[in-house]
Design a protein around this ligand. Structure first.
Ligand code: GAR
Length: 195
């Protein structure tokens, strides 16, 4: 069974990341999160940092493009990272990182891709769009990341029925509950694939 050294990228509350870390600590997956990078002072940095996991805020704002890239490469190398997971990261990863880690970057998205993906489609916007379109089903997707937003090969998807009185908020909560399980499952699939 392959065990990955994971780096997670986040922008917000980091609840998906927290579940992956908890499942790693419980031994559900053998991979471990060694590094968390955020594009802002995200609340989701608190939990990994309380466990002694390395965290860093790497923002394009205060750095030149080269400094921004160098800092990430240095951190990824320092921790021997061989799997990147995007967990509510709302920026686009630099192409240089996407190329170096091709086939080794996952993203979780709160809708059934290829529907309801693309720029601006994140968080509650996604669930609002699903309901406005009158979709019968929704659910989270874990996919590989390539150079185009929400475009890479699908790895795992779970479908739920949109109920009659569904609101964007109720759908978001139901989908997030499933996200908390399937991100770990997706990592496990990769571990088993690469034994
Ligand atoms: C999750 O619902 C994730 O699917 C979504 O952001 C949320 C992050 O929650 N990602 C996207 O919409 C990406 N397009 P979390 O910070 O609590 O894990």
């Amino acid at each position: 069974m392959k065990s990955f050294n994971i780096a997670a990228y986040i922008s917000g509350s980091g609840s998906n990341l927290k579940c992956v870390i908890e499942n790693s600590l419980k031994g559900v997956i053998s991979s471990k999160v060694w590094l968390v990078i955020a594009d802002n002072d995200a609340p989701g940095l608190e939990y990994p940092s309380s466990l002694g996991i390395s965290t860093a805020v790497v923002s394009r704002k205060s750095l030149s493009r080269n400094e921004f890239l160098d800092l990430q490469f240095t951190l990824l190398k320092k921790h021997n990272i061989d799997l990147i997971i995007l967990a509510g990261y709302l920026k686009k990863l630099p192409e240089e990182i996407i190329q170096l880690y091709k086939g080794r970057i996952l993203n979780i998205h709160p809708a059934l891709l290829p529907k309801f993906g693309g720029k601006g489609m994140h968080g509650i916007n996604v669930h609002r769009a699903v309901i406005e379109a009158g979709e019968e089903f929704s659910g989270p997707t874990v996919h590989f990341v390539d150079e185009v937003y929400d475009n890479g090969e699908l790895l795992l998807q779970r479908k739920i029925k949109v109920t009659e009185n569904e609101t964007p908020e109720s759908l978001q909560k139901r989908v997030l509950d499933i996200e908390h399980k399937i991100y770990t499952e997706a990592i496990k699939i990769l571990e088993e694939r690469e034994q």
